[in-house]
Design a protein around this ligand. Structure first.
Ligand code: GTP
Ligand code: MG
Length: 139
């Protein structure tokens, strides 16, 4: 089934000028970038986005990191896009990520791991709605 998922190219990647290289991996995997914008995430936006992790010991560090430089937020479309993109991203910890995945290629650490991708179709819808209006997504 054709799905949409939400992606973020994180500050460690934008800082190293890797937006294009990350996008090439996404497009080579058959996913289509149907919306994209570069933004400076506010603290409030980052706290809301990662609310599920608010009790974790690394939450403060995570919010600091996500607001430390611009990010690129994206909507990706394709067959089984949610699980497909999780595969393309690789494991959260780059040391455990499979060859050819974005995190294996570019991530620096478990915290600074270059990309985010929705973990379910339900969360994808919520996350897309947090950053994009319908008329900004052109499939
Ligand atoms: P996301 O796609 O960003 O949600 O990553 P994920 O689904 O692979 O991992 P998870 O949702 O468990 O964690 C969310 C994010 O929190 C990770 O991508 C990391 O950026 C950060 N994170 C997770 N574990 C740690 C940790 O032990 N230390 C630090 N500093 N950050 C962590
Ligand atoms: Mg997650």
């Amino acid at each position: 089934m054709t799905e949409r998922t939400f992606s973020i190219i994180k500050p460690d990647a934008t800082r190293r000028n890797l937006t294009g290289k990350v996008n090439a991996v996404i497009e080579d995997a058959g996913l289509r970038i149907v919306a994209q914008k570069r933004i400076q995430m506010s603290r409030a936006q980052a706290e809301k986005f990662y609310e599920i992790h608010s009790e974790r010991p690394f939450f403060g560090e995570l919010v600091e990191f996500m607001t430390s430089a611009p990010v690129v937020v994206q909507v990706l479309e394709g067959e089984s896009a949610v699980t497909k993109y999780r595969e393309v991203m690789g494991a959260t910890n780059p040391a455990q990520a499979a060859e050819g995945t974005i995190r294996k290629l570019y991530a620096e650490s478990v915290g600074e791991n270059s990309v985010h991708g929705s973990d379910s179709l339900e969360n994808a819808k919520l996350e897309i709605a947090q950053f994009f209006s319908d008329d900004e997504i052109v499939g």
